[in-house]
Design a protein around this ligand. Structure first.
Ligand code: NDP
Length: 270
């Protein structure tokens, strides 16, 4: 694990991931592997930023000369608010940015295209015509991925601990907000909550899941409760490492103008 810095004590570096928490992030070693594969001497560090401090933290990193920042839980909306430069339409629509260029305050969202890459790899296609999914969570990542799923034709059932946040999403994307996490009839069960980060279990009715469904947790790490529940039901599972690589590669390319060595990035985090 890379050393985590608080933003006020950020070292001189080129790129960073900011979050709360951020110690779990494998982005630093993944980007370091890509720099080394391409003979680049950039430094990428994890920086802890508390909610409400994202603007001052980004300003500080900009002053220190950082080129780019990845944004993780729960700062994707606050980070977007700081960006006054070019912000792509998708990031604006879903109010979540995970990739920023500090000098110009530009932003994009690489979670959604990276997510599509992983669905193509694991389901054969990201197209969702005639397919159903149960999405858990209604945070920044959920907003982006639900919009992508809807654009690709999926029918979406949405469960969130705080129902009002799910209803907020339902105002802009046609989803069915439900009070029970019932995966019956779903081809994909997608956990976008950060519950796994704290080792917490979600109230999913696993017994009702179709045995051919894919259970996909955006989180990664050892024994994620969500994936353990899915495995006990005999489902195929996928953690967030493939997405980490896919979105990270797209961030790398957005900053530096060329596609990185994917196998070097994947090899560094597995
Ligand atoms: P947000 O903070 O924006 O949203 C968090 C969501 O999790 C909310 O819906 C919240 O519910 C829910 N939640 C948190 N704790 C619990 C709990 N104990 N029980 C039930 N629900 C809970 O986070 P993000 O959307 O930015 O990120 C979510 C997760 O996705 C993180 O684990 C993050 O690391 C991961 N992620 C991984 C990526 C990758 O590359 N692999 C890319 C993007 C995200 P409520 O509204 O009730 O508070």
């Amino acid at each position: 694990m890379a050393q985590v810095f608080s933003w006020r004590e950020a070292p001189v570096a080129d790129f960073a991931v900011i979050g709360d928490p951020v110690h779990h992030s494998r982005s630093p070693q993944m980007h370091a592997a890509a720099y080394s594969a391409h003979g680049l001497s950039y430094r990428y560090v994890p920086i802890h930023v508390l909610p409400g401090e994202v603007g001052p933290a980004l300003h500080h990193l900009q002053q220190l000369g950082y080129q780019g920042v990845n944004v993780t839980v729960p700062h994707k909306e606050e980070a977007l608010d700081w960006c006054t430069g070019e912000v792509d339409r998708f990031a604006l629509a879903v109010r979540a940015a995970n990739t920023l260029r500090l000098s110009t305050r530009d932003a994009t969202n690489t979670d959604a295209p990276g997510f599509r890459d992983t669905l193509r790899d694991h389901l054969g296609t990201h197209g969702g015509e005639g397919r159903r999914c149960l999405v858990l969570g209604a945070g920044g990542s959920a907003r982006a991925l639900i919009t992508a799923l809807h654009q690709d034709g999926w029918q979406i059932r949405l469960y969130n601990r705080t129902r009002s946040r799910a209803e907020e999403i339902a105002r802009t994307v046609p989803v069915e907000v439900v009070d029970e996490a019932n995966p019956e009839g779903c081809d994909l069960i997608l956990n976008t909550t950060s519950a796994s980060l704290g080792g917490e279990t979600l109230p999913i009715l696993w017994d009702l899941a179709s045995t051919g469904a894919l259970a996909y947790d955006l989180a990664y790490g050892d024994s994620l409760p969500f994936l353990e529940g899915a495995k006990a039901r005999g489902l195929a599972t996928l953690d967030g490492l493939d997405l980490l690589v896919a979105q990270g590669a797209r961030s790398f390319e957005w900053w530096l103008g060329f596609a990185p060595d994917l196998s070097a990035m994947a090899g560094a985090i597995r």
